[in-house]
Design a protein around this ligand. Structure first.
Ligand SMILES: Cc1ncc(COP(=O)(O)O)c(C=O)c1O
Length: 394
């Protein structure tokens, strides 16, 4: 690991131990380094590159948009074709009540926008979120995230935020009618891919309805096909009041979105007007990529995605270093003996040519989120390298 100055020393570091790989280009599953070495990206850049790197249809859409125009105006004033198209394609996948899209710049900003919208709709001030949650790193998103150690230096954060257990029917009484919204990752990511029961999800929805609390589902990481359906909530037969998206929505470009009903969203246009303002939200270039990604999404063979996930899971559990695998679709946590085993595995993976990565808050596991369009020949290259990585964890 590279603990020297990041790149040439003028970029802020976020960790004392960045991987420090020097990227020359990226194509399909592969990151190609300056020295020519290829590393298979089995985490899709922590989610965004769900179609692999440099997908020709995404690149073509980007080239066309760049030739047409770049930024023209702050979000919400002009009709811009790629923005309209991305919103229409997104809403086509969504049920009634999730018909209006507010494009922003990131997952965290989608959470911020959703929280502001919930306050505006309900007139309430507080929020409840789940133990184990990760919703982003801006002040609001950090306030509803659970990792106390990571929050402490940045306090005070938002007042009026409480936490309940995830996937525990007994915890739902904490939603008591005082909160504007409950925020839930449909599948918890940073907690190590925690998949709730359909029973809990139904009870959560019912409790929100009974108390007039909005249900915000954070699918910044779990959405856009990652769990084997376009949206993770489709696994559970419920629909949120507000849906937050990011990461893979942009097919490799930065974008986020919060989605709700037209009536609710209308409140951000009035009292005050411009209730959420963003200069670059809905930028035409990320929207062109998003539209291209959404078109690819229409063609996905979901049974093939599940077969890939199932095969990966069977491969992982058959290795003696692996204690447990939690998986939904191609969203995977692999539990090893301890944090040291995880680091050995990730380091050996890089040597062998696969990129695996840590969770922030689940040290004894590593994450995998391979592209949704992995081919047979991709997988055939993965198996030996993944075996080398896991062998180092023993
Ligand atoms: C579930 C979830 N919500 C929100 C975010 C924040 O997204 P961003 O990093 O784009 O701000 C993340 C990022 O990892 C996430 O995993």
């Amino acid at each position: 690991m590279n603990s020297e100055g990041f790149l040439d020393g003028h970029l802020a570091q976020t960790t004392l131990h960045p991987l420090g790989l020097r990227i020359r280009r990226a194509e399909g599953l592969d990151l190609v380094l300056e020295d020519g070495k290829r590393i298979m990206d089995l985490i899709s850049g922590i989610g965004p590159s769900a179609w692999g790197h440099g997908h020709p249809e995404i690149l073509a859409a980007l080239h066309a948009q760049i030739d047409a125009h770049l930024h023209t105006m702050v979000y919400g004033e002009f009709h811009q074709r790629s923005q309209d198209e991305a919103a229409r394609l997104l809403v086509d996948f969504l049920p009634d009540g999730l018909d209006t899209v507010y494009f922003v710049n990131s997952g965290a900003e989608a959470i911020e926008g959703a929280m502001k919208l919930a306050k505006r709709v309900t007139g309430r001030k507080g929020f409840i979120a789940c133990q184990g949650a990760y919703h982003g790193n801006t002040h609001g998103a950090l306030s509803v995230s659970a990792n106390a150690e990571r929050k402490a230096p940045f306090e005070p954060l938002l007042p009026g935020v409480s936490f309940m257990p995830f996937n525990d029917l007994n915890g739902l009484d904490a939603i008591d009618g005082s909160q504007a919204a409950v925020l839930v990752e449909t599948v918890q990511g940073d907690a190590g891919i925690r998949i709730p029961s359909a029973e809990w999800m139904a009870a959560l929805r019912a409790r929100c309805d009974a108390t007039g609390t909005l249900l915000i589902l954070d699918e910044v990481q779990a959405g856009m096909g990652r769990t084997g359906k376009v949206f993770a909530f489709e696994h559970f037969g419920i629909v949120p009041d507000i849906l937050c998206l990011g990461k893979a929505l942009g097919a490799g470009l930065p974008i986020g979105a919060f989605v709700s009903s037209r009536e609710r969203m209308r409140l951000l246009a009035d009292g005050p007007s411009l209730g959420h303002i963003t200069t670059f939200g809905g930028h035409p270039v990320p929207c062109a990529a998003a539209a291209a990604g959404l078109k690819l999404m229409r063609l996905v063979d979901w049974e093939a995605v599940e077969r890939s996930g199932d095969r990966l899971e069977r491969f992982l559990v058959s290795h003696p270093a692996v204690r447990e695998v939690r998986r939904i679709g191609l969203y995977v946590a692999v539990e090893l003996a301890d944090a040291d085993a995880v680091t050995r595995c990730i380091e050996a993976g890089l040597q062998a040519g696969v990129l695996l990565f840590w969770f922030l808050s689940t040290p004894q596991a590593f994450r995998m989120a391979p592209p949704l369009n992995m081919t047979e020949s991709d997988w055939n290259r993965v198996w030996p390298a993944l075996t080398c990585a896991l062998d180092a964890a023993r």
